[in-house]
Design a protein. Structure first.
Ligand code: ADP
Length: 157
């Protein structure tokens, strides 16, 4: 399914953005990241605060099973509250990824110092935010975080 719909002659794309436990634990940072979403003209379609069980974390990051950071990642992502958003915008997937910056915090600081991960990331694992990396991932990840949300219904609204 292609996650786009026409609004005011613009093609809106959906993406899944997550503020990870390291950032949610800092209320001022959480607020700053929320503001950043609005300042960058994303439409907040849905928002949810949640805490993962370890099994949720394992399922979501199954593709990384066996990597050296997997256990650390799974533990971290189920260590405290997170905030998830369904965001809509033209090219939402790539815009949110651009704002986040590279996965690795120290690389981000070197190559793209103004990005979220460069500015606020603590380590390569505790890197403040998640964003879908394609429209297909967005569809899967939205269903994971928001099983009650119907993309089809939203596209037809
Ligand atoms: P991204 O979140 O940028 O899409 P990946 O899907 O490759 O990156 O990795 C998922 C998450 O796993 C990262 O956001 C980060 O928290 C963690 N991670 C990835 N690579 C490393 C690494 N080399 N060392 C530690 N943690 C990592």
């Amino acid at each position: 399914m292609i996650l786009t719909r026409l609004r005011c002659a613009k093609v809106l794309q959906l993406t899944l953005a997550v503020i990870k436990p390291d950032a949610v634990a800092q209320p001022l940072l959480l607020e700053a990241l929320h503001r950043k979403i609005l300042e960058n003209n994303f439409i907040i379609v849905r928002r949810k605060d949640l805490i993962w069980k370890r099994s949720d974390s394992e399922r979501f990051y199954a593709e990384h099973k066996g990597r050296f950071f997997y256990q650390r990642l799974v533990e971290f992502m189920s260590s405290g509250p997170m905030r998830a958003y369904i965001l809509a915008k033209e090219d939402a997937v790539s815009h949110w990824r651009e704002l986040m910056g590279p996965t690795k915090v120290y690389r981000a600081r070197y190559t793209s110092p103004k990005t979220i991960r460069a500015q606020y990331g603590l380590t390569d694992t505790r890197n403040t935010t998640h964003g879908s990396d394609s429209s297909e991932s967005a569809e899967r990840e939205i269903a994971f975080f928001f099983p009650e949300f119907s993309v089809q219904h939203w596209l037809e609204m």
